[in-house]
Design a protein around this ligand. Sequence first.
Ligand code: SAH
Length: 360
Amino acid sequence: MIELLGRTTEEIKALVAEHAGAPAYRGAQIAEWIYRRILPNLGGGAQATFAAMTDLPLALRNDLTALFSIGSLGEPVTQSDPRDGTIKIAVPLHDGPRVEAVLMPDTQRVSTCLSCQAGCPMACAFCATGTQGLGRNLDAGEIVAQFLALQSQSPRRITHAVYMGMGEPMLNLDNVLRSIHILTGEIGLSMRHITLSTVGVLQGIEKLANEKLQLTLAVSLHAPTDELRRKIVPIHRTYTIDRLLTTCKSYFDKTGRRVTFEYILLRGVNDNPEEARQLAALLKRFPGAVNLIPYNPTSVGQSFQRPETARVQQFRKILEDAGVTVTQRKERGQQIAAACGQLVTEAYRPPAGARKLNVA
Ligand code: SAH
């Protein structure tokens, strides 16, 4: 069986011409069904079929059914938080591991948070996914399938996608880029509404810079000194903040896009005024902004603590007074363990037979 999800219209045209002898316009119809008609409206559990593509001749539909498949994800288990409309799905991959994705509706936008790996090898000290180790890379179809599964559960059209779920996008860049091209080219998302977040894999940032995409690059900085960053972000043992910032500056020079620096606030670890001043000094003249993320407690791994609100405000003020642009991550989905860094499928096993869990 040849998988069609994760392929562009042009690729689908070529595949159905080659294997089913269908004219090119049939391929375009099939892509239309897959990306814009069936999958965004499917609802949890249902399987997309060629039989439903009613403007194709019956014989062709039968041939397609024998030759091709549309998406390989299993039935998602859904948790929703009625207070803020957040929905988290855990979806099994065909070979067993589960990945999670999140829908976050807001007044102005509807965002999705997508996973690009099952697990993650980066092992950041505070991150739940990092305790799992790497299961495997997802292919583009498996990434796009998360988006479409969430769209099918959302009454509103999804407008934004962030690659901030499970995994490190730069370690699976080819599949991530392919999925981005499907989201923009086939599903109609704006490139400017896509954010790719990396722990700071330098070769990946360099490679992405050469693509010259108008998406937003977010870099998980989390510490203003090499010594501190080495303690909480293991990959930092292999380079320095100076090199990381040089790479980010060259990313800006090549793409014209300002970089966002994510900074998780861990009480007593990196949230002191001293660190705020050091961070301000680093980024004062940098074409970028800081996104503060107060730590979300997780059920696994080392125990860190979230700083008090006043502490967060103090940190923010020091940055702003130094002229650094600061945004603060809006907290969503904490009740259903759907917030940043909380995605970990080991800790999330639904009772047998359960399809829908609602956390009141
Ligand atoms: N691997 C990518 C994407 C991962 S998650 C990266 O490292 O950027 C997206 C963001 O959530 C990262 O900035 C990550 O460091 C942060 N994060 C991880 N665990 C968290 C937690 N428990 N609380 C708050 N943010 C967390």
